[in-house]
Each structure stands twice: as C-alpha cells, then as structure tokens.
Design a protein around this ligand. Sequence first.
Ligand SMILES: C[S@@+](CC[C@H](N)C(=O)[O-])C[C@H]1O[C@@H](n2cnc3c(N)ncnc32)[C@H](O)[C@@H]1O
Length: 236
Amino acid sequence: MKLYGIGVGPGDPELLTLKAYKILKGVDMIVAPRSSEEKRSRALHTVEEVIKERDCIVVEPVFPMTKDQAKLEQYWKKAREEVVAKGNSCETAAFITLGDPSMYSTFYRFLEVFNDLVEELEVIPGVTSFSACTSTAQIPLVEGTEIVSIIPDVKAKNAMRVIEDSDSLIFLKPKDLDKIEDMLGNEKAILCVKVGFEDQRLVSGKVSEIEEPTHYLSTLIVKKGTKSLEVKRRIL
Ligand SMILES: C[S@@+](CC[C@H](N)C(=O)[O-])C[C@H]1O[C@@H](n2cnc3c(N)ncnc32)[C@H](O)[C@@H]1O
C-alpha cells in the first residue's frame, strides 16, 4: 500500500494545500484520528467538502489523550484491526492530521504501527497552527536573528531554559497561565483559539489579564519585550 501522511492545516479548509487536495480526491482510504468516540475527527471536518462526493473508505480510529501507555497500546491495536479490516483491498491510503504531520502529531506513531503494510510513503506538509495564529493576529513571530521556541508543556524538562533563551514563544494548549507568568514575567501575549474555524477567537493582553483557555485548540503567542502585541482592528 502507498501511504500518504497529509497535514490538512489548522482547520480552515482553504488552507489545505493543492497537493493534499489532489491526493484526497484520488485516494482509496482516509484514516482520520479522533480523540474520543463521541467526537468527530477535526482533520476530517476540515476536508469534508473535498471528499463529500467521493466514494472512499473513511476510518476514524480513536486515539485518546492519555499518557497511560497500556491504554494507548489497546487503542493502537484496535486502530490497526479496523484499518486492516476495512482497507485490505486498498492500494492507497491517507492519514490526515491537523497542521503539519511533523509537529506533535500522531502520524509518525501511526507509521510505526502500520510500517509492515506500507510499501511506499509520501508526507505532505501542512500549514501549522501557529503560522495560522500569527497570520490571523497579523504579527511577525520572529525577525532577523531572533529565536522562537515551541513549548508543548511548561512542565517539560527544559522549558525554563528555553523560555529564558528565546525571543518569541509559542505555548501549545496553555493550561497554567499563572505558571507561564511566573516563568516568563508578565509579558504581552496573544491567545488564539480555534483559528481557522468559524468561531475562532483572539485575545490580547498581558499574560495576567488573559483568561485560561478551556478549548484544546488554543495557542498562546508571546514576543518578548514587545509593546505592541495587539489584536488589530480588522481581525475579528
Ligand atoms: C498536538 S498539537 C498539533 C499541532 C499541529 N500538528 C500543527 O502542526 O499545528 C495540538 C495543539 O496545536 C495548537 N492548535 C492546533 N490547531 C489550532 C487552531 N486551529 N487554533 C489554535 N491552536 C491550534 C493547540 O495548541 C493544540 O493544543
């Protein structure tokens, strides 16, 4: 089987690349991960207009957000069984993921689990969520020799060092804004929620003024020392 790992971008269907669009129009099976039985795959939601008149197999395996390895293994096993059962006559399959497949995505874990079935592989990059955030907020993330870092979890081993050494920071799913303020200082920031979706929301202010986001698709962007990190008039 030929497998495509496709980044579908941050959620706005118009940010799908032309290459991804063409592959999704022709592929035999689409595998779209979701976080629970009750929820639809956000990646699938992003491409539904592209595939709505297509007669292709769609599998939505559940990969719950848990650090419990034993539980995860069970879900991976189930995902493998489902994909193999439904796709055994398929010559091509696409695993779709939000943003880019190389950025905190399940795609490379999927590849490990299905490696023996994959004869050929092609990975299609996607617009990352933080590119969509900075474009929507209309701010330069870094310029000249400035350094930007991505913090997936403020409890990560090197988080403090990275925060100190970077000019700009991208905090994924920022949960503990008090801790971020302690580590960073009360810098100006922009919180971007569900960028690219119809109900996207941008909030700017000092870290202490921003309310903790509850939605998983939330990103906090900080450009240190800046006085003008504000959501501009024309955005919302
Ligand atoms: C597991 S990471 C996946 C990143 C993705 N592969 C990418 O390239 O952007 C998920 C995190 O990305 C950020 N994110 C993804 N989509 C987003 C969106 N539409 N708006 C804001 N943040 C988003 C959030 O911080 C979310 O918790």
